[in-house]
Design a protein around this ligand. Structure first.
Ligand code: ADP
Ligand code: ASP
Ligand code: MG
Length: 577
Protein backbone atom coordinates (compact mmCIF):
# COMPACT_ATOMS: atom_id res chain seq x y z
CA UNK A 1 0.00 0.00 0.00
CA UNK A 2 1.65 3.22 -1.16
CA UNK A 3 0.50 6.56 0.20
CA UNK A 4 1.49 9.67 -1.75
CA UNK A 5 2.39 13.11 -0.45
CA UNK A 6 -1.19 14.32 -0.48
CA UNK A 7 -2.31 11.28 1.52
CA UNK A 8 0.35 11.57 4.19
CA UNK A 9 0.65 15.35 4.11
CA UNK A 10 -2.86 16.30 5.22
CA UNK A 11 -3.69 15.29 8.81
CA UNK A 12 -7.27 14.16 8.03
CA UNK A 13 -6.07 12.02 5.12
CA UNK A 14 -3.19 10.73 7.24
CA UNK A 15 -5.70 9.46 9.79
CA UNK A 16 -7.72 7.74 7.04
CA UNK A 17 -4.52 6.25 5.58
CA UNK A 18 -3.41 4.70 8.86
CA UNK A 19 -6.96 3.37 9.44
CA UNK A 20 -6.96 1.81 5.96
CA UNK A 21 -3.77 -0.06 6.82
CA UNK A 22 -5.10 -1.12 10.21
CA UNK A 23 -8.26 -2.45 8.56
CA UNK A 24 -6.17 -4.57 6.16
CA UNK A 25 -3.65 -5.85 8.69
CA UNK A 26 -4.79 -9.45 8.21
CA UNK A 27 -3.72 -9.20 4.54
CA UNK A 28 -0.17 -8.63 5.75
CA UNK A 29 0.49 -5.31 4.00
CA UNK A 30 3.77 -3.47 3.47
CA UNK A 31 3.41 0.32 3.49
CA UNK A 32 5.42 2.65 1.24
CA UNK A 33 5.24 6.39 1.86
CA UNK A 34 6.18 9.59 0.05
CA UNK A 35 7.34 12.74 1.79
CA UNK A 36 4.62 15.04 3.18
CA UNK A 37 3.20 17.09 0.28
CA UNK A 38 5.54 19.91 -0.71
CA UNK A 39 8.52 18.73 1.33
CA UNK A 40 10.53 17.26 -1.58
CA UNK A 41 10.07 20.55 -3.46
CA UNK A 42 11.43 22.43 -0.44
CA UNK A 43 14.40 20.08 -0.25
CA UNK A 44 15.03 20.51 -3.97
CA UNK A 45 15.03 24.30 -3.41
CA UNK A 46 17.48 23.78 -0.59
CA UNK A 47 19.82 22.06 -3.07
CA UNK A 48 19.37 24.71 -5.77
CA UNK A 49 19.76 27.98 -3.85
CA UNK A 50 22.62 28.38 -1.47
CA UNK A 51 21.23 31.69 -0.16
CA UNK A 52 18.18 30.45 1.75
CA UNK A 53 19.35 27.15 3.17
CA UNK A 54 18.93 27.98 6.86
CA UNK A 55 15.49 29.37 6.22
CA UNK A 56 14.41 26.25 4.30
CA UNK A 57 15.88 23.98 6.99
CA UNK A 58 13.79 25.76 9.61
CA UNK A 59 10.65 25.54 7.48
CA UNK A 60 11.12 21.78 7.19
CA UNK A 61 11.42 21.44 10.97
CA UNK A 62 8.36 23.60 11.45
CA UNK A 63 6.31 21.68 8.86
CA UNK A 64 6.96 18.32 10.55
CA UNK A 65 6.38 19.63 14.06
CA UNK A 66 3.13 21.21 13.00
CA UNK A 67 2.08 18.04 11.23
CA UNK A 68 2.87 15.82 14.21
CA UNK A 69 0.84 18.12 16.43
CA UNK A 70 -2.15 18.18 14.08
CA UNK A 71 -2.02 14.43 13.60
CA UNK A 72 -2.02 13.95 17.38
CA UNK A 73 1.44 12.36 17.49
CA UNK A 74 4.11 13.18 20.08
CA UNK A 75 6.71 15.65 18.75
CA UNK A 76 9.38 13.26 20.01
CA UNK A 77 8.43 10.99 17.08
CA UNK A 78 10.49 13.09 14.71
CA UNK A 79 12.78 15.00 17.05
CA UNK A 80 15.81 12.75 16.68
CA UNK A 81 15.52 12.78 12.89
CA UNK A 82 14.95 16.53 12.78
CA UNK A 83 18.06 17.09 14.90
CA UNK A 84 20.07 15.03 12.43
CA UNK A 85 18.53 16.98 9.53
CA UNK A 86 19.44 20.31 11.17
CA UNK A 87 23.03 19.15 11.64
CA UNK A 88 23.29 18.12 7.97
CA UNK A 89 21.61 21.30 6.78
CA UNK A 90 23.90 23.45 8.89
CA UNK A 91 26.96 21.76 7.40
CA UNK A 92 25.65 22.54 3.91
CA UNK A 93 24.41 26.05 4.62
CA UNK A 94 27.78 27.64 3.97
CA UNK A 95 28.29 25.60 0.82
CA UNK A 96 28.00 28.15 -2.00
CA UNK A 97 27.26 25.87 -4.92
CA UNK A 98 24.10 24.09 -5.88
CA UNK A 99 24.10 20.48 -4.70
CA UNK A 100 24.16 17.67 -7.23
CA UNK A 101 24.48 13.91 -7.46
CA UNK A 102 24.95 11.93 -4.28
CA UNK A 103 24.85 15.03 -2.10
CA UNK A 104 21.52 16.12 -3.54
CA UNK A 105 19.96 12.66 -3.19
CA UNK A 106 21.05 12.55 0.44
CA UNK A 107 19.25 15.85 1.08
CA UNK A 108 16.13 14.80 -0.83
CA UNK A 109 15.91 11.61 1.24
CA UNK A 110 14.93 13.50 4.40
CA UNK A 111 11.32 13.96 3.29
CA UNK A 112 10.61 10.24 3.08
CA UNK A 113 12.66 9.42 6.17
CA UNK A 114 10.56 11.79 8.24
CA UNK A 115 7.20 10.74 6.81
CA UNK A 116 7.97 7.01 7.29
CA UNK A 117 8.70 7.71 10.94
CA UNK A 118 5.42 9.62 11.31
CA UNK A 119 3.40 6.91 9.58
CA UNK A 120 4.89 4.13 11.70
CA UNK A 121 4.07 6.18 14.80
CA UNK A 122 0.52 6.67 13.50
CA UNK A 123 0.10 2.91 13.11
CA UNK A 124 1.58 2.22 16.53
CA UNK A 125 -0.84 4.74 18.03
CA UNK A 126 -3.66 2.80 16.36
CA UNK A 127 -2.44 -0.41 17.99
CA UNK A 128 -0.49 -1.97 15.10
CA UNK A 129 3.21 -2.56 15.76
CA UNK A 130 5.12 -0.94 12.89
CA UNK A 131 8.69 0.09 12.06
CA UNK A 132 9.95 2.78 9.70
CA UNK A 133 12.58 1.38 7.41
CA UNK A 134 14.89 3.02 4.87
CA UNK A 135 14.54 1.57 1.38
CA UNK A 136 18.26 0.77 1.41
CA UNK A 137 17.88 -1.23 4.64
CA UNK A 138 14.88 -2.95 3.06
CA UNK A 139 17.14 -4.19 0.25
CA UNK A 140 16.38 -1.70 -2.53
CA UNK A 141 19.89 -1.68 -3.98
CA UNK A 142 20.40 0.50 -7.06
CA UNK A 143 23.07 1.63 -9.49
CA UNK A 144 24.70 5.01 -8.85
CA UNK A 145 22.81 7.14 -11.35
CA UNK A 146 21.87 9.68 -8.69
CA UNK A 147 18.55 11.39 -9.29
CA UNK A 148 17.29 8.56 -11.53
CA UNK A 149 18.72 5.41 -10.05
CA UNK A 150 17.78 1.99 -11.35
CA UNK A 151 17.37 -1.08 -9.10
CA UNK A 152 19.99 -3.80 -9.48
CA UNK A 153 18.93 -7.42 -10.08
CA UNK A 154 19.95 -8.46 -6.55
CA UNK A 155 17.44 -5.96 -5.08
CA UNK A 156 14.58 -8.41 -5.53
CA UNK A 157 16.13 -11.13 -3.39
CA UNK A 158 17.26 -8.64 -0.77
CA UNK A 159 13.83 -7.01 -0.55
CA UNK A 160 12.32 -10.44 -0.01
CA UNK A 161 14.81 -11.24 2.72
CA UNK A 162 14.42 -7.92 4.56
CA UNK A 163 10.66 -7.52 4.28
CA UNK A 164 9.60 -11.13 4.53
CA UNK A 165 9.51 -11.16 8.32
CA UNK A 166 6.47 -9.34 9.61
CA UNK A 167 5.28 -8.08 12.11
CA UNK A 168 6.22 -5.43 12.87
CA UNK A 169 4.55 -3.96 9.82
CA UNK A 170 7.21 -2.29 7.63
CA UNK A 171 6.74 1.35 6.58
CA UNK A 172 9.30 1.78 3.81
CA UNK A 173 10.58 5.11 2.49
CA UNK A 174 9.41 5.47 -1.12
CA UNK A 175 11.52 7.22 -3.77
CA UNK A 176 14.82 6.07 -2.25
CA UNK A 177 17.40 3.39 -2.81
CA UNK A 178 21.01 2.79 -1.89
CA UNK A 179 24.10 1.96 -3.89
CA UNK A 180 26.07 -1.20 -3.10
CA UNK A 181 28.62 0.97 -1.28
CA UNK A 182 26.01 2.57 0.96
CA UNK A 183 25.20 5.94 -0.67
CA UNK A 184 21.57 7.10 -0.78
CA UNK A 185 19.97 7.32 -4.23
CA UNK A 186 16.60 8.56 -5.51
CA UNK A 187 14.55 6.91 -8.27
CA UNK A 188 13.34 10.13 -9.94
CA UNK A 189 10.63 12.60 -8.91
CA UNK A 190 7.35 10.87 -8.14
CA UNK A 191 9.31 7.63 -7.73
CA UNK A 192 7.49 6.27 -4.66
CA UNK A 193 4.95 4.59 -6.95
CA UNK A 194 7.85 2.73 -8.55
CA UNK A 195 9.23 1.79 -5.11
CA UNK A 196 5.86 0.30 -4.20
CA UNK A 197 5.72 -1.69 -7.42
CA UNK A 198 9.27 -3.00 -6.96
CA UNK A 199 8.47 -4.10 -3.43
CA UNK A 200 5.10 -5.59 -4.40
CA UNK A 201 6.69 -7.55 -7.23
CA UNK A 202 9.59 -8.78 -5.08
CA UNK A 203 7.19 -10.03 -2.41
CA UNK A 204 4.72 -11.51 -4.91
CA UNK A 205 1.99 -9.26 -3.49
CA UNK A 206 -1.64 -10.03 -4.18
CA UNK A 207 -2.12 -6.42 -5.30
CA UNK A 208 -0.19 -3.14 -5.48
CA UNK A 209 -2.31 -0.28 -4.18
CA UNK A 210 -1.44 3.33 -5.01
CA UNK A 211 -3.40 5.61 -2.66
CA UNK A 212 -3.49 9.17 -3.96
CA UNK A 213 -5.79 12.20 -4.21
CA UNK A 214 -7.94 11.16 -7.21
CA UNK A 215 -10.39 8.27 -7.42
CA UNK A 216 -8.24 6.35 -9.88
CA UNK A 217 -6.61 7.17 -13.19
CA UNK A 218 -8.84 9.78 -14.73
CA UNK A 219 -9.85 10.32 -18.34
CA UNK A 220 -7.57 13.38 -18.42
CA UNK A 221 -5.39 15.44 -16.14
CA UNK A 222 -7.89 17.03 -13.73
CA UNK A 223 -5.78 20.18 -13.53
CA UNK A 224 -6.48 20.75 -17.23
CA UNK A 225 -9.89 19.07 -17.51
CA UNK A 226 -11.77 19.49 -14.21
CA UNK A 227 -14.63 17.26 -15.36
CA UNK A 228 -12.28 14.27 -16.00
CA UNK A 229 -13.73 11.00 -14.70
CA UNK A 230 -12.14 7.85 -13.28
CA UNK A 231 -11.47 5.01 -15.71
CA UNK A 232 -12.63 1.79 -14.03
CA UNK A 233 -10.29 -0.63 -15.77
CA UNK A 234 -7.14 -0.24 -17.85
CA UNK A 235 -4.63 -2.61 -19.33
CA UNK A 236 -1.00 -2.45 -18.29
CA UNK A 237 -0.23 -1.06 -21.74
CA UNK A 238 -2.84 1.68 -21.53
CA UNK A 239 -1.79 2.76 -18.05
CA UNK A 240 1.92 2.65 -18.97
CA UNK A 241 1.34 4.86 -21.99
CA UNK A 242 -0.61 7.34 -19.88
CA UNK A 243 1.99 7.36 -17.13
CA UNK A 244 4.80 7.74 -19.63
CA UNK A 245 3.09 10.51 -21.55
CA UNK A 246 2.36 12.73 -18.60
CA UNK A 247 -0.34 11.33 -16.28
CA UNK A 248 1.49 12.23 -13.08
CA UNK A 249 -0.69 9.98 -10.96
CA UNK A 250 1.68 7.07 -11.70
CA UNK A 251 5.44 7.25 -12.08
CA UNK A 252 6.23 6.06 -15.63
CA UNK A 253 8.18 3.01 -14.47
CA UNK A 254 5.56 1.85 -11.95
CA UNK A 255 3.95 -0.77 -14.10
CA UNK A 256 7.09 -2.58 -15.24
CA UNK A 257 7.52 -4.75 -12.13
CA UNK A 258 3.76 -5.38 -11.99
CA UNK A 259 3.69 -6.53 -15.61
CA UNK A 260 6.59 -8.93 -15.07
CA UNK A 261 4.86 -10.55 -12.09
CA UNK A 262 1.25 -10.23 -13.32
CA UNK A 263 0.28 -8.28 -10.21
CA UNK A 264 -2.84 -6.11 -10.43
CA UNK A 265 -2.34 -2.42 -9.61
CA UNK A 266 -5.16 -0.42 -8.08
CA UNK A 267 -5.23 3.39 -7.94
CA UNK A 268 -7.38 4.58 -5.04
CA UNK A 269 -8.36 7.80 -3.31
CA UNK A 270 -7.43 8.30 0.36
CA UNK A 271 -9.93 11.15 0.62
CA UNK A 272 -12.70 8.90 -0.69
CA UNK A 273 -11.66 5.34 0.13
CA UNK A 274 -15.02 3.77 -0.76
CA UNK A 275 -14.65 4.76 -4.43
CA UNK A 276 -13.77 1.79 -6.62
CA UNK A 277 -10.78 3.55 -8.22
CA UNK A 278 -8.99 2.12 -11.26
CA UNK A 279 -7.91 -1.46 -11.67
CA UNK A 280 -4.91 -2.04 -13.92
CA UNK A 281 -4.38 -5.60 -15.15
CA UNK A 282 -3.44 -7.38 -18.36
CA UNK A 283 -7.03 -6.95 -19.56
CA UNK A 284 -8.13 -3.61 -20.96
CA UNK A 285 -11.81 -3.73 -20.03
CA UNK A 286 -14.27 -1.78 -22.13
CA UNK A 287 -14.21 1.95 -22.78
CA UNK A 288 -17.43 3.43 -21.41
CA UNK A 289 -18.70 4.31 -24.87
CA UNK A 290 -17.68 3.28 -28.38
CA UNK A 291 -17.02 6.95 -29.10
CA UNK A 292 -14.69 7.43 -26.18
CA UNK A 293 -11.04 6.63 -25.76
CA UNK A 294 -9.89 5.71 -22.26
CA UNK A 295 -7.83 8.73 -21.39
CA UNK A 296 -5.68 11.56 -22.71
CA UNK A 297 -2.33 12.67 -21.39
CA UNK A 298 -0.01 15.49 -22.29
CA UNK A 299 3.69 15.86 -21.67
CA UNK A 300 5.43 19.18 -22.18
CA UNK A 301 9.05 20.13 -22.67
CA UNK A 302 9.61 17.67 -25.50
CA UNK A 303 12.30 18.02 -28.17
CA UNK A 304 12.07 16.60 -31.67
CA UNK A 305 15.08 15.57 -33.71
CA UNK A 306 14.73 15.05 -37.46
CA UNK A 307 17.51 13.51 -39.52
CA UNK A 308 17.13 14.04 -43.25
CA UNK A 309 19.26 12.05 -45.63
CA UNK A 310 18.73 10.83 -49.17
CA UNK A 311 21.09 7.99 -48.27
CA UNK A 312 18.19 6.45 -46.43
CA UNK A 313 16.37 5.87 -49.71
CA UNK A 314 16.41 2.15 -50.50
CA UNK A 315 19.38 1.66 -48.16
CA UNK A 316 19.65 -0.79 -45.30
CA UNK A 317 21.26 -0.14 -41.95
CA UNK A 318 20.44 3.58 -41.92
CA UNK A 319 17.95 3.40 -39.06
CA UNK A 320 20.21 1.05 -37.12
CA UNK A 321 22.99 3.65 -37.44
CA UNK A 322 20.76 6.42 -36.11
CA UNK A 323 19.53 4.41 -33.14
CA UNK A 324 22.99 3.17 -32.33
CA UNK A 325 23.99 6.81 -31.74
CA UNK A 326 20.98 7.45 -29.48
CA UNK A 327 21.65 4.21 -27.61
CA UNK A 328 25.31 4.96 -27.00
CA UNK A 329 24.40 8.36 -25.53
CA UNK A 330 21.70 6.79 -23.27
CA UNK A 331 19.01 8.91 -24.93
CA UNK A 332 15.52 7.52 -24.52
CA UNK A 333 13.46 8.00 -27.68
CA UNK A 334 9.67 8.23 -27.29
CA UNK A 335 7.95 8.58 -30.64
CA UNK A 336 9.39 7.70 -34.02
CA UNK A 337 8.22 8.43 -37.53
CA UNK A 338 9.97 7.82 -40.81
CA UNK A 339 9.57 8.79 -44.43
CA UNK A 340 11.71 7.68 -47.35
CA UNK A 341 14.29 10.34 -46.65
CA UNK A 342 13.87 11.34 -43.03
CA UNK A 343 13.38 10.08 -39.53
CA UNK A 344 11.92 12.12 -36.66
CA UNK A 345 12.07 11.15 -33.02
CA UNK A 346 10.95 12.87 -29.85
CA UNK A 347 13.09 13.04 -26.74
CA UNK A 348 12.04 13.97 -23.22
CA UNK A 349 15.35 14.11 -21.35
CA UNK A 350 17.88 15.96 -23.48
CA UNK A 351 20.92 15.04 -21.37
CA UNK A 352 23.60 14.02 -23.86
CA UNK A 353 21.58 15.19 -26.86
CA UNK A 354 24.13 17.76 -28.07
CA UNK A 355 26.86 15.14 -28.27
CA UNK A 356 24.52 12.76 -30.11
CA UNK A 357 23.54 15.47 -32.58
CA UNK A 358 27.22 16.08 -33.34
CA UNK A 359 27.50 12.45 -34.42
CA UNK A 360 24.17 12.34 -36.22
CA UNK A 361 25.34 15.21 -38.43
CA UNK A 362 27.71 12.79 -40.11
CA UNK A 363 24.65 10.73 -41.15
CA UNK A 364 22.42 13.51 -42.45
CA UNK A 365 21.08 17.02 -41.96
CA UNK A 366 19.80 17.33 -38.39
CA UNK A 367 16.98 19.64 -37.32
CA UNK A 368 16.12 20.03 -33.64
CA UNK A 369 12.99 21.66 -32.26
CA UNK A 370 12.53 22.27 -28.55
CA UNK A 371 9.51 23.30 -26.49
CA UNK A 372 7.03 20.82 -27.99
CA UNK A 373 4.38 18.78 -26.22
CA UNK A 374 3.22 15.23 -26.80
CA UNK A 375 -0.50 14.55 -26.62
CA UNK A 376 -1.27 10.86 -26.10
CA UNK A 377 -4.76 9.54 -26.75
CA UNK A 378 -4.98 6.12 -25.17
CA UNK A 379 -7.27 3.14 -25.56
CA UNK A 380 -6.55 -0.40 -26.75
CA UNK A 381 -9.22 -0.03 -29.41
CA UNK A 382 -8.20 3.47 -30.45
CA UNK A 383 -6.00 2.59 -33.44
CA UNK A 384 -8.82 0.53 -34.97
CA UNK A 385 -11.43 3.23 -34.70
CA UNK A 386 -11.94 4.67 -38.15
CA UNK A 387 -11.94 8.44 -38.08
CA UNK A 388 -10.48 8.85 -34.61
CA UNK A 389 -7.12 10.19 -35.80
CA UNK A 390 -8.85 12.71 -38.00
CA UNK A 391 -11.13 13.74 -35.17
CA UNK A 392 -8.11 14.26 -32.95
CA UNK A 393 -6.28 16.42 -35.44
CA UNK A 394 -9.41 18.42 -36.05
CA UNK A 395 -9.99 19.07 -32.38
CA UNK A 396 -6.42 20.15 -31.79
CA UNK A 397 -6.61 22.19 -34.97
CA UNK A 398 -9.78 23.76 -33.62
CA UNK A 399 -7.86 24.98 -30.65
CA UNK A 400 -5.67 26.65 -33.26
CA UNK A 401 -2.65 25.09 -31.68
CA UNK A 402 -1.35 22.47 -34.06
CA UNK A 403 1.23 23.06 -36.72
CA UNK A 404 -0.24 22.33 -40.11
CA UNK A 405 1.25 18.88 -40.21
CA UNK A 406 1.89 16.66 -37.21
CA UNK A 407 5.54 16.41 -36.52
CA UNK A 408 5.54 12.88 -35.27
CA UNK A 409 2.75 10.35 -35.12
CA UNK A 410 2.89 7.05 -33.34
CA UNK A 411 0.98 3.78 -33.20
CA UNK A 412 -0.72 3.77 -36.57
CA UNK A 413 -2.76 0.62 -36.94
CA UNK A 414 -1.91 -2.67 -35.26
CA UNK A 415 -3.04 -3.65 -31.82
CA UNK A 416 -1.36 -0.89 -30.01
CA UNK A 417 -3.05 1.39 -27.63
CA UNK A 418 -1.98 4.88 -28.36
CA UNK A 419 -2.14 7.58 -30.92
CA UNK A 420 0.26 10.36 -30.15
CA UNK A 421 1.42 13.45 -31.87
CA UNK A 422 3.86 16.19 -31.11
CA UNK A 423 2.77 19.75 -31.47
CA UNK A 424 4.32 23.10 -30.69
CA UNK A 425 3.87 23.41 -26.99
CA UNK A 426 2.06 26.69 -26.85
CA UNK A 427 -0.46 25.27 -29.26
CA UNK A 428 -0.82 21.82 -27.82
CA UNK A 429 -3.78 22.40 -25.59
CA UNK A 430 -1.46 23.06 -22.69
CA UNK A 431 -1.87 26.81 -22.70
CA UNK A 432 -1.72 29.75 -25.02
CA UNK A 433 -4.52 31.74 -26.54
CA UNK A 434 -7.02 30.27 -28.92
CA UNK A 435 -6.33 31.34 -32.45
CA UNK A 436 -8.64 31.38 -35.42
CA UNK A 437 -5.89 32.33 -37.82
CA UNK A 438 -4.03 29.12 -38.26
CA UNK A 439 -3.27 29.85 -41.89
CA UNK A 440 -0.77 32.34 -40.58
CA UNK A 441 1.20 29.49 -39.01
CA UNK A 442 2.47 28.47 -42.43
CA UNK A 443 2.12 25.19 -44.30
CA UNK A 444 -0.63 24.18 -46.68
CA UNK A 445 -4.25 24.76 -45.66
CA UNK A 446 -6.24 21.67 -44.80
CA UNK A 447 -9.19 20.68 -46.90
CA UNK A 448 -12.23 19.65 -44.96
CA UNK A 449 -15.42 18.67 -46.66
CA UNK A 450 -18.76 17.48 -45.40
CA UNK A 451 -19.27 14.32 -47.36
CA UNK A 452 -22.19 12.72 -45.67
CA UNK A 453 -24.98 13.64 -43.39
CA UNK A 454 -25.50 10.61 -41.19
CA UNK A 455 -28.83 9.15 -40.43
CA UNK A 456 -28.99 7.28 -37.18
CA UNK A 457 -27.77 8.74 -33.95
CA UNK A 458 -28.36 5.51 -32.06
CA UNK A 459 -26.12 3.45 -34.32
CA UNK A 460 -23.30 5.90 -33.80
CA UNK A 461 -23.53 7.39 -37.25
CA UNK A 462 -23.28 11.06 -37.63
CA UNK A 463 -22.29 13.77 -39.94
CA UNK A 464 -19.10 12.75 -41.56
CA UNK A 465 -16.49 15.20 -42.57
CA UNK A 466 -13.59 14.22 -44.69
CA UNK A 467 -12.25 11.48 -46.82
CA UNK A 468 -14.21 8.68 -48.35
CA UNK A 469 -12.46 5.99 -50.32
CA UNK A 470 -15.38 5.74 -52.69
CA UNK A 471 -17.77 8.54 -53.51
CA UNK A 472 -21.27 8.14 -52.06
CA UNK A 473 -23.84 6.58 -54.34
CA UNK A 474 -24.77 8.79 -57.24
CA UNK A 475 -21.71 11.02 -57.01
CA UNK A 476 -19.39 10.97 -60.02
CA UNK A 477 -15.84 9.94 -59.20
CA UNK A 478 -14.53 13.03 -60.88
CA UNK A 479 -16.07 15.07 -58.08
CA UNK A 480 -13.99 13.31 -55.46
CA UNK A 481 -10.41 13.50 -54.48
CA UNK A 482 -9.64 11.60 -51.30
CA UNK A 483 -6.32 13.19 -50.60
CA UNK A 484 -5.41 15.29 -47.62
CA UNK A 485 -8.83 15.22 -46.08
CA UNK A 486 -9.64 14.61 -42.52
CA UNK A 487 -11.98 11.84 -41.63
CA UNK A 488 -14.22 13.03 -38.86
CA UNK A 489 -17.61 11.94 -37.64
CA UNK A 490 -19.84 14.16 -35.59
CA UNK A 491 -22.40 11.81 -34.03
CA UNK A 492 -24.05 14.69 -32.24
CA UNK A 493 -24.78 16.38 -35.53
CA UNK A 494 -26.92 13.55 -36.81
CA UNK A 495 -30.65 14.07 -37.11
CA UNK A 496 -32.84 11.41 -35.55
CA UNK A 497 -33.77 8.43 -37.72
CA UNK A 498 -37.37 9.67 -38.13
CA UNK A 499 -36.28 13.11 -39.19
CA UNK A 500 -33.75 11.72 -41.60
CA UNK A 501 -36.39 9.46 -43.19
CA UNK A 502 -38.67 12.41 -43.49
CA UNK A 503 -35.88 14.32 -45.23
CA UNK A 504 -35.16 11.50 -47.64
CA UNK A 505 -38.79 11.40 -48.69
CA UNK A 506 -39.13 15.17 -48.82
CA UNK A 507 -40.07 15.67 -52.42
CA UNK A 508 -42.71 18.32 -52.08
CA UNK A 509 -42.24 21.80 -50.63
CA UNK A 510 -44.60 20.81 -47.79
CA UNK A 511 -42.67 17.71 -46.67
CA UNK A 512 -39.39 19.59 -47.10
CA UNK A 513 -40.67 22.41 -44.87
CA UNK A 514 -41.66 19.87 -42.18
CA UNK A 515 -38.26 18.21 -42.43
CA UNK A 516 -36.47 21.57 -42.22
CA UNK A 517 -38.38 22.55 -39.12
CA UNK A 518 -37.66 19.30 -37.33
CA UNK A 519 -34.05 19.23 -38.45
CA UNK A 520 -33.44 22.78 -37.22
CA UNK A 521 -35.11 22.01 -33.90
CA UNK A 522 -32.83 19.01 -33.41
CA UNK A 523 -29.79 21.01 -34.39
CA UNK A 524 -30.74 23.58 -31.75
CA UNK A 525 -30.18 20.98 -29.01
CA UNK A 526 -27.09 21.73 -26.88
CA UNK A 527 -24.92 18.85 -28.16
CA UNK A 528 -25.68 19.59 -31.80
CA UNK A 529 -25.12 23.31 -31.24
CA UNK A 530 -21.76 22.57 -29.75
CA UNK A 531 -20.80 20.47 -32.77
CA UNK A 532 -21.95 23.26 -35.07
CA UNK A 533 -19.86 25.75 -33.15
CA UNK A 534 -16.84 23.47 -33.37
CA UNK A 535 -17.30 23.08 -37.10
CA UNK A 536 -17.77 26.80 -37.52
CA UNK A 537 -14.52 27.42 -35.65
CA UNK A 538 -12.80 24.79 -37.76
CA UNK A 539 -13.83 26.57 -40.91
CA UNK A 540 -11.53 29.43 -39.94
CA UNK A 541 -8.50 27.20 -39.63
CA UNK A 542 -9.06 25.04 -42.71
CA UNK A 543 -10.28 25.25 -46.23
CA UNK A 544 -13.88 24.36 -45.69
CA UNK A 545 -16.51 23.21 -48.11
CA UNK A 546 -19.92 21.69 -47.58
CA UNK A 547 -20.43 19.52 -50.60
CA UNK A 548 -23.76 19.26 -52.35
CA UNK A 549 -24.45 16.72 -55.04
CA UNK A 550 -28.18 16.91 -55.20
CA UNK A 551 -30.21 17.62 -58.27
CA UNK A 552 -32.08 20.28 -56.41
CA UNK A 553 -29.85 22.16 -54.03
CA UNK A 554 -32.85 23.82 -52.41
CA UNK A 555 -33.86 20.46 -50.95
CA UNK A 556 -30.49 19.16 -49.89
CA UNK A 557 -29.50 18.26 -46.33
CA UNK A 558 -26.03 19.57 -46.81
CA UNK A 559 -27.25 22.93 -47.97
CA UNK A 560 -29.32 23.09 -44.79
CA UNK A 561 -26.24 22.25 -42.77
CA UNK A 562 -24.30 24.86 -44.68
CA UNK A 563 -26.92 27.43 -43.79
CA UNK A 564 -26.77 26.47 -40.11
CA UNK A 565 -22.99 26.66 -40.17
CA UNK A 566 -23.07 30.12 -41.67
CA UNK A 567 -25.55 31.16 -39.00
CA UNK A 568 -23.00 29.91 -36.45
CA UNK A 569 -20.27 32.07 -37.91
CA UNK A 570 -18.61 29.56 -40.25
CA UNK A 571 -16.59 30.60 -43.23
CA UNK A 572 -17.88 28.30 -45.94
CA UNK A 573 -16.38 28.27 -49.42
CA UNK A 574 -18.40 27.37 -52.48
CA UNK A 575 -18.03 23.70 -53.32
CA UNK A 576 -15.91 22.83 -56.35
CA UNK A 577 -15.70 19.61 -58.31
P1 ADP B 1 0.76 11.46 -4.93
O1 ADP B 1 1.21 12.51 -3.97
O2 ADP B 1 -0.35 10.63 -4.40
O3 ADP B 1 1.90 10.65 -5.50
P2 ADP B 1 0.70 12.97 -7.38
O4 ADP B 1 0.52 14.43 -7.20
O5 ADP B 1 2.05 12.45 -7.70
O6 ADP B 1 0.08 12.26 -6.10
O7 ADP B 1 -0.31 12.43 -8.52
C1 ADP B 1 -1.68 12.71 -8.42
C2 ADP B 1 -2.03 13.88 -9.31
O8 ADP B 1 -1.76 13.53 -10.68
C3 ADP B 1 -3.47 14.23 -9.33
O9 ADP B 1 -3.79 15.07 -8.24
C4 ADP B 1 -3.64 14.92 -10.66
O10 ADP B 1 -3.50 16.32 -10.50
C5 ADP B 1 -2.47 14.43 -11.50
N1 ADP B 1 -2.90 13.72 -12.72
C6 ADP B 1 -2.45 13.96 -13.98
N2 ADP B 1 -3.05 13.17 -14.86
C7 ADP B 1 -3.90 12.37 -14.18
C8 ADP B 1 -4.81 11.33 -14.54
N3 ADP B 1 -4.97 10.92 -15.81
N4 ADP B 1 -5.51 10.74 -13.56
C9 ADP B 1 -5.38 11.12 -12.27
N5 ADP B 1 -4.54 12.11 -11.86
C10 ADP B 1 -3.81 12.72 -12.80
N1 ASP C 1 8.53 12.71 -2.60
C1 ASP C 1 9.03 12.40 -3.93
C2 ASP C 1 8.65 13.50 -4.90
O1 ASP C 1 7.98 14.44 -4.54
C3 ASP C 1 8.59 11.07 -4.42
C4 ASP C 1 7.10 10.88 -4.60
O2 ASP C 1 6.29 11.72 -4.20
O3 ASP C 1 6.70 9.84 -5.15
O4 ASP C 1 9.07 13.45 -6.03
MG1 MG D 1 3.17 10.79 -7.15
Amino acid sequence: MKFGGTSVGVPEHFAVATQLVVARRDRDPVVVVSALAGVTNLLADFCRHSGHRRDIAARIVDRHHRFAREAGLPLATVDALLDAWCADAEALAEHLDALHGAERDEVLSWGERLSAELFAAGLAAAGVPARAILAGDAGLITDDRFGRAHPLPEAEEQLRAALGLRPPLPVVTGFLGRTGDGRTTTLGRGGSDYSAALIGAALGAEEIQIWTDTSGMLSADPRIVPEARPVAQLSFTEASELAYFGARVLHPKTLLPAIERHIPVRVLNTASPEDPGSLITAEAGPADSPWRVKSIACKKGISAVTIVSTRMLLAHGFLAGVFEVFGRHHIVVDLVTTSEVSISVTVDDTTGLDAAIGELESIGRVEVRHGLAVVAVVGEEAPRRVGLAGHLFTLIGLAGRLAREPLVRGARGGRRSRGALAAPRARAGCGGPRSHHARGHGGPPVSVRVVRLGSARASGEGTRIGTVRRPPRGVPKSKFSAQNWYDVWFPTLAPSVETMKLGQGAVTPGTWATFTKRYKAEMAQPEARRALELLAALSHTASFAVGCYCEDERRCHRSLLRQLLIENGAKVEPVGP
